[in-house]
Design a protein around this ligand. Structure first.
Ligand SMILES: [Zn+2]
Ligand SMILES: [Zn+2]
Ligand SMILES: [Zn+2]
Ligand SMILES: [Zn+2]
Ligand SMILES: [Zn+2]
Ligand SMILES: [Zn+2]
Ligand SMILES: [Zn+2]
Ligand SMILES: [Zn+2]
Length: 729
């Protein structure tokens, strides 16, 4: 039988997105028994043949596309396992024998040869696949120039700068101490200072940064990272980020550095992160190998480069009932009905990863390897991080931030469907204020999807001690709207208990303004335990509520008078001051002239605090300490834009940054009895480097998920955890 269907496609060009590494809806690859199919018409991939889910037929049903290229690779030699920065490894291709054939899904036969088909096949086989393109893009750190590098003014007047100029030689030692590596050259004056102190005390003595604080010289370059191509690690202290210096060559010339003759001797940031990621010891305390386990729910996730934070969180979430219900049980149905392109559809990819992890199809003992290969999160990652530059990059990320990101994304996406898989994670954090004099009270609630616990500095702290330290009552000063007192007691507690309680342990703290990682052990109960003693509901029958307070922020009265004297209405003046950070009459006046024509200029100020402008430099500084943008902004508003007080405030408000509930949804309250069913640990000096693994309780056994390796851990490290997952009992 021959196929008479007329080909109606064109060969792919370099701009086409060719999917040829994995079925878009499951994890079949060219190495699978039947290989995979690439649609010759639209270049999407599917699977076909016995023991597959026949996603090629599904694609055919949805689109009518009939003609496919089947690619099957037969492995000849083991490919190298180490992840390198070079994603396109030519030598890899020689280790496979690749078989291709074209076929028609309607006629169930191979296609005859014709020039058009031949061209298309060659085009597909030679194309850089869409996922490879994605990976290469993510590896390239998105480093841009800033005003400080572009408008850099060089002025080598300080002593070390003068020395450099006179001898045309850059010193190989910090100007302030004896450090000889991790040295940063000030691009303004030529000062050489050592790098920042890390959480674990390694790194440098902060002399480079101190130089910036003293002089305001914004841009520094890490010595030893200059390449002959004119690249280098350049840091802007003002922007608090890696930057690009478009005039690097001429800027360095002033210090006698000829870019063309440079050789890179020190590791750059990306390389340092990779190193830390790969060196993780997988032996038990006794030096024994762990026992590998296989089956449904015991599927590993391949490390695609600094992706262990993602793997740990994804494993934990899909282990939990709400995610299984929402994405595993509906996956086939969604794949069947979905009209979007699978490579762009959030639901398609959530379903795919759920089936990949939970079906057991990809967790089988490999023939000649110890560990399973694990499923690749590349497509999943690219879909969920479409609008997030950080999570799209190949940099290491904070697993806790990623958890919050995922829960918020899931909430947002499921609203459209009318489901709410995020609700079992939500609860009310209640704050109670009591006037020390008249004893009237005020209760307020915020919705949260996690609680962040302080670790008290006591011997043998238990997790209950951590709860106590976090919610313990404190004295605060505020004016009582009911009497003249300004002394209040403040306490915090659970207004409701969620089905799944996620706990972040505050292991990364500031100690005398130095970031530090707390390796303190915290003991946890392994059986059911109660948190009911931390429930806080009110007002109680015998309590009298405080009258509602006017929450209007105090305005700069002098500026207000000045503006009103110019003839503006009080409302407009208040608005202008709020919008310009309540600083002075001048900025407020400029704002007023710019916003004279605003349609809402005469409408009342509704959310007064929300409109206060926040200084972006201060936000960046706080974010660099590990807080989120929202937290930083909120804290600054709460503390009159004072950075130090804002950070203090954040540490005393661990729950801040959660958006208050919309009002319609109710958290599902229940008894506060819990059992720990999973936890994520972190090895390394800061949340933004090092390695994450997770442990989950499967059939009463603790299973360690370390990227693609899934093993039974008989001695799990409960006490050094970063994130706990508790399930209501
Ligand atoms: Zn046909
Ligand atoms: Zn498939
Ligand atoms: Zn197609
Ligand atoms: Zn800058
Ligand atoms: Zn130093
Ligand atoms: Zn300087
Ligand atoms: Zn879909
Ligand atoms: Zn009072």
């Amino acid at each position: 039988m021959t196929c008479l269907h007329i080909p109606s496609f064109v060969a792919p060009t370099t701009y086409s997105n060719v999917y040829k590494e994995e079925c878009l809806l499951c994890f079949e690859t060219p190495e699978s028994l039947n290989g995979i199919d690439v649609c010759l018409t639209c270049l999407q991939s599917g699977c076909s043949g016995p023991e597959t889910m026949n996603h090629t037929s599904l694609h055919h049903e949805k689109t009518g596309h009939k003609l496919y290229l089947n690619i099957k690779k037969i492995k000849l030699v083991e490919p190298p396992k180490k992840i390198t920065k070079l994603v396109v490894d030519e030598s890899l291709q020689e280790k496979y024998e690749t078989k291709v054939k074209t076929w028609c899904v309607d006629c169930k036969c191979e296609l005859g040869n014709c020039e058009q088909i031949e061209k298309a096949v060659n085009g597909i086989m030679n194309a850089t696949s869409a996922t490879q393109k994605q990976e290469i893009k993510s590896w390239e750190e998105v480093v841009e120039a800033c005003e400080h590098t572009v408008c850099l003014e060089q002025n080598p007047t300080c002593s070390s700068g003068k020395q450099i100029i006179s001898r045309l030689k850059v010193p190989k030692k910090c100007n302030e101490c004896d450090m000889k590596e991790n040295l940063w050259l000030c691009m303004t004056c030529g000062n050489v200072g050592c790098g920042r102190r890390q959480f674990d005390g390694s790194g440098g003595n902060n002399h480079g940064m101190e130089h910036f604080e003293k002089t305001g010289h914004p841009v520094s370059l890490k010595l030893g990272t200059i390449t002959a191509e004119g690249e280098a690690d350049i840091y802007c202290y003002k922007c608090n980020d890696m930057r690009l210096d478009p005039e690097l060559e001429s800027h360095l010339k002033l210090f006698g550095i000829n870019v063309k003759t440079q050789q890179k001797t020190e590791k750059n940031m990306a390389e340092m992160q990779l190193d830390q990621n790969i060196t993780f010891n997988m032996k038990t305390v006794d030096g024994e190998d762990y026992e590998n386990v296989f089956g449904p729910g015991l599927t590993g996730i391949k490390n695609i480069g600094n992706s262990c934070y993602l793997a740990s969180v994804v494993q934990s979430l899909f282990y939990l009932r709400p995610f299984q219900q929402e994405y595993y049980e509906t996956a086939i149905e969604h794949h069947f009905n979905c009209r979007e392109k699978p490579q762009n559809c959030f639901e398609c990819q959530m379903g795919k990863i759920a089936m990949g992890l939970l079906s057991g199809n990809y967790s089988k003992p490999p023939l000649n390897l110890k560990d399973q290969l694990g499923i690749s999160p590349t497509l999943f990652k690219s879909v969920i991080s479409q609008n997030n530059r950080e999570f799209a990059s190949m940099r290491q990320q904070d697993a806790f931030e990623f958890y919050q990101f995922m829960i918020n994304l899931v909430e947002q996406k499921s609203k459209i469907k009318g489901t709410s898989p995020h609700l079992p994670f939500q609860f009310n954090l209640t704050q109670r204020l009591e006037c020390a004099n008249c004893h009237k009270v005020k209760y307020s609630n915020v919705t949260s999807n996690s609680i962040s616990l302080m670790i008290p500095q006591i011997e043998n702290a238990s997790i209950i001690n951590c709860f106590e330290a976090t919610v313990s009552p404190e004295n605060v000063q505020m004016n009582c709207p009911s009497c003249s007192s300004n002394q209040f007691y403040k306490s915090t507690g659970f207004g409701s208990f969620p089905e799944i309680l996620v706990i972040q342990m505050q292991r990364f703290v500031l100690n005398n303004w130095t970031p530090e990682k707390l390796d303190k052990k915290v003991t946890v109960p392994l059986n059911k335990f109660s948190l009911e003693q931390f429930r806080l509901n009110g007002p109680l029958e015998n309590e009298v509520e405080l009258p509602n307070q006017d929450s209007k922020p105090s305005l700069n009265e002098a500026a207000l008078d000045q503006l009103m004297a110019m003839g503006f209405s009080r409302l407009r003046c208040e608005k202008a001051l709020l919008a310009t950070g309540n600083r002075d009459a001048d900025s407020a006046m400029n704002w007023l002239f710019e916003h004279m024509e605003d349609p809402d200029i005469e409408s009342p100020i509704n959310n007064k605090l929300a409109s206060v402008d926040v200084d972006q430099e201060s936000v960046a500084l706080i974010v660099s300490m590990g807080f989120t943008d929202t937290q930083a902004t909120k804290a600054l508003k709460e503390t009159n834009m004072n950075v130090e007080r804002a950070i203090d405030w954040l540490f005393s408000h661990p729950d801040c940054g959660e958006s208050p509930s919309g009002g319609n949804e109710k958290s599902q309250d229940g008894e506060g009895n819990y059992k720990i069913v999973g936890f994520i640990s972190h090895k390394g000096s800061s949340v933004h480097c090092g390695h994450y693994v997770c442990h989950l309780l499967v059939d009463d056994k603790w299973i360690l998920f370390n990227d693609n390796r899934v093993v039974h851990d008989v001695n799990p490290p409960f006490e050094n955890t970063y994130i706990y997952f508790l399930r209501r009992q």
